[in-house]
Design a protein around this ligand. Structure first.
Ligand SMILES: C[S@@+](CC[C@H](N)C(=O)[O-])C[C@H]1O[C@@H](n2cnc3c(N)ncnc32)[C@H](O)[C@@H]1O
Length: 351
């Protein structure tokens, strides 16, 4: 578990400053590395069915027992594993969130461990000193396409945590034709199609997302109602058959663009919708979180947008202005108790 200091430790380290609070970040940094390695080596999956001793586990994950021992010790101290005599087992948190199942956030952690944090290591300082990374993460991925799968699977795992709450807030007309712009892994499309048996959804994204999106649709048993269209949403037609969509989703896309680019993209989405159609814009926005964890999450996300995309977390006021400039009427904005900083704009194409 991310280290959770007890009441006395919180008092001493975080309130009275009688001990160095920043050491918590050292433990946190090491914890992220240890969990990433344990996932990569299959430690948690090896314990999925039953507890195991150190020699058994070392054999299963093909590892020297004397190397594995301190890793397991750290994971026990952090709350990812428990130890009873010589037996190690997954804790309830590990079983709930890290095993190989559709609810797992393991692919999201794997993306950070293998792609995003190494990108930070390379470019964080430059991005902070100059205001821009030398290239965006998407440009880097195009040069290293072998990392696209882990990236889309990571985005999909993050989406899987949020999807039930988000999908519950979407209102689709009967037989809706839905366009998911930058829909990537296709999880939102699949969940939406499952929830609305008469809807059809087109996921519009770059070609590299097709494989994961197709797998997602097939796993949801809704493949026949989900189409994948490959293209660049900044230049290619979004409504290639010209029929006009009833609903468009723009989820976690606008943070990759500045105001002028976002307005231009919103205008293209406006054109792809029929008059009266609805646009939903989902993203993390600056200034919306109300709790300590929420504010830290939005800060983390904002720094991530800088180092990976050369962007900032937008404010809700900016996004509202850009929506109106692009010809939408903003109908409302929803937030989520379980996802601080995340907001969902509902806007209508009124002309
Ligand atoms: C952060 S992901 C969001 C995925 C999904 N909408 C979600 O909310 O989980 C951004 C997506 O936009 C896609 N994307 C970025 N630039 C694009 C472009 N110019 N044309 C098409 N897709 C693009 C990426 O491939 C990626 O799948």
């Amino acid at each position: 578990m991310p280290v959770a200091p007890n009441a006395l430790e919180r008092l001493v380290l975080l309130r009275l400053n009688r001990g160095p609070g920043p050491v918590l970040d050292l433990v946190g940094g090491a914890s992220e590395r240890a969990v990433g390695l344990a996932l990569e080596m299959g430690v948690f999956d090896a314990l999925a069915d039953k507890p195991a001793t150190l020699p058994e586990l070392a054999e299963w994950v093909d590892c020297a027992p004397e190397g594995l021992d301190p890793l397991l010790g750290f994971l026990v101290a952090l709350g990812y594993l428990s130890r009873d005599g010589d037996d190690y087992a997954n804790t309830a948190m590990t079983r709930a969130w890290l095993l190989d199942d559709p609810e797992s956030v393991a692919p999201w952690l794997r993306f950070w461990d293998e792609v995003a944090f190494p990108f930070w290591d390379e470019h964080l300082e430059t991005a902070v000193r100059t205001g821009n990374p030398p290239q965006t993460l998407y440009e880097w991925l195009d040069d290293h396409p072998e990392h696209w799968r882990v990236t889309h699977e990571g985005f999909r795992a993050a989406a899987a945590v949020l999807a039930p709450a988000v999908i519950g807030k979407l209102d689709l007309p009967e037989g809706a034709r839905v366009l998911d712009v930058g829909g990537g892994h296709g999880l939102y499309a699949a969940e939406l199609a499952a929830e609305n048996p008469d809807a059809t959804v087109t996921v519009f994204d770059s070609e590299h997302a097709r494989e994961v999106a197709t797998e997602t649709a097939e796993q949801a048993g809704a493949g026949y109602r989900i189409a994948f269209e490959a293209g660049d949403y900044t230049t290619d037609p979004l409504d290639s058959d010209g029929e006009g969509y009833d609903v468009a989703l723009l989820f976690n896309v606008v943070h990759a663009h500045d105001g002028a680019e976002t307005t231009a993209l919103l205008e293209r989405v406006h054109e792809a919708l029929r008059p009266g159609g609805t646009l939903y814009v989902l993203d993390q926005f600056e200034g919306t979180a109300r709790t300590a964890l929420g504010r830290a999450t939005v800060g983390f996300v904002g720094l991530t947008y800088l180092v990976t995309l050369g962007q900032r977390a937008h404010t809700v006021d900016d996004v509202e202005d850009w929506l109106e400039e692009a010809g939408f009427t903003v109908e409302g904005r929803e937030s989520f108790l379980t996802a601080p900083g995340l907001s969902l704009f509902v806007a209508e194409r009124t002309n």
